[in-house]
Ligand binder design. Structure first.
Ligand SMILES: [Mg+2]
Length: 372
């Protein structure tokens, strides 16, 4: 399995609705920025990170893959993915300029492609290569009904549709208005419509400060919030520790953390209850496993953030024993050979060899962007 080619690519895939916003971002497309790695025995592995489809910054990632990582990979045995992870992540000149950010997003794409190759070589879906499934039914929660840009009526109608027509028992709703009372009113409307059986998580995307969060949590105490995701600035351990101590609503975070060390800092501080690693921001599957094992050792549940829209996390969540439920956002699934598909609130378990990261050729041709 000698690596013969490493070819970066950029896809800008249109969202399934025209545009969406949370408290921090507004987007119309999802960026799938990745690497195709070809081996001497004719296999092709695909891996990618997720972006906001901003072409100039996407090209920083692909130039890192093409100009920095590819020369370190050509001629290597693709099966040595742990050693290759270390070779790339600890390459002195690259480590000097980035242990997070662009170099880490590029590393994620390469690492996922190497795992995709390993699973294809074995003729197994990734979850089976890793050691088999822990469950027959991985439950999904629906985030795509809860964007901040949706009116209150649209939020209530979409939540009801997801629960009553599509079989979800769990949803996630964005919060983070300038006036948190607006969020309370939206959540009360959904709770009133759906009753108390549906599990509702919320996500502020790092927008608020500690006093705002504390006031919000006091007002939300009767709404039975399943978790409060990214209440405050992503790296702020002290504020999350204070909030976690002072509210009964569990804290979830991790989608913006780049390393296992960052997770360890939050976990050791008691600042997180639901651990949310993402293969597209960590250095791929290799580092994700370290974070999931760390959560397991601390008896904390893992609920990945789906920067790859669950194409890869569906494998990891079917396999890793700390996993519980998984995010569902249907934006990009139909551009892949094996979509991350949900039926009656349950993710179908992938069956094809690999990590479900191989894009359709027509999607590559139609939505591919120039690298220069
Ligand atoms: Mg989030």
């Amino acid at each position: 399995m000698k690596i013969t080619a490493v070819e970066p690519f950029i896809l800008h895939l249109p969202l399934t609705s025209d545009s969406i916003s949370d408290s921090t971002h507004s987007i119309t497309h999802w960026g799938v920025v990745g690497a195709k790695i070809t081996t001497s025995d004719g296999l092709e592995g695909y891996g990618f990170t997720g972006t906001h489809a901003h072409l100039a910054s996407d090209r920083l990632i692909t130039s890192c893959i093409r100009d920095c990582y590819a020369p370190l990979l050509i001629g290597e045995d693709a099966a040595d993915h742990q050693r290759l992870w270390t070779k790339l992540a600890r390459y002195p000149a690259l480590q000097w300029v980035g242990r997070a950010g662009i170099t880490h997003l590029a590393l994620a794409a390469v690492d996922v492609a190497l795992w995709d190759l390993a699973a294809k070589k074995a003729g197994l879906p990734l979850w089976a290569l890793l050691g088999g499934a822990r469950t027959d039914a991985l439950e999904a929660y629906n985030t795509d009904i809860g964007w901040l840009s949706f009116s209150k009526d649209a939020l209530v109608a979409g939540s009801a549709r997801a629960v009553e027509e599509e079989g979800f028992t769990r949803i996630k709703i964005k919060v983070g208005h300038d006036d948190p009372n607006t969020d309370i009113e939206r959540l009360e409307a959904v709770r009133k419509r759906l009753g108390h059986r549906v599990r509702i998580a919320i996500d502020a995307n790092g927008r608020w400060d500690l006093p705002t969060c504390q006031r919000f949590c006091a007002r939300a105490k009767d709404l039975d919030i399943y978790w409060f995701e990214e209440p405050m600035w992503y790296d702020d351990v002290a504020s999350h520790t204070a909030l976690a101590r002072n509210t009964a609503i569990p804290v979830a975070l991790g989608e913006q953390l780049y390393t296992v060390d960052a997770f360890r800092t939050f976990i050791n501080a008691g600042a997180v209850h639901y651990v949310q690693p993402d293969v597209t921001r960590l250095g791929g599957i290799t580092e994700y496993i370290q974070v999931a094992d760390l959560a397991l050792a601390n008896r904390l549940p893992v609920v990945p953030h789906a920067g790859e829209m669950s194409q890869v996390h569906v494998h990891l969540s079917y396999w890793h024993p700390a996993s519980t439920i998984l995010e569902y956002i249907p934006w990009i699934k139909d551009h892949f050979h094996e979509p991350a598909h949900v039926k009656d609130g349950i993710f179908l378990r992938p069956q094809q060899p690999g990590a479900s990261t191989t894009p359709l050729l027509e999607s590559m041709e139609r939505h591919g962007k120039s690298l220069t």
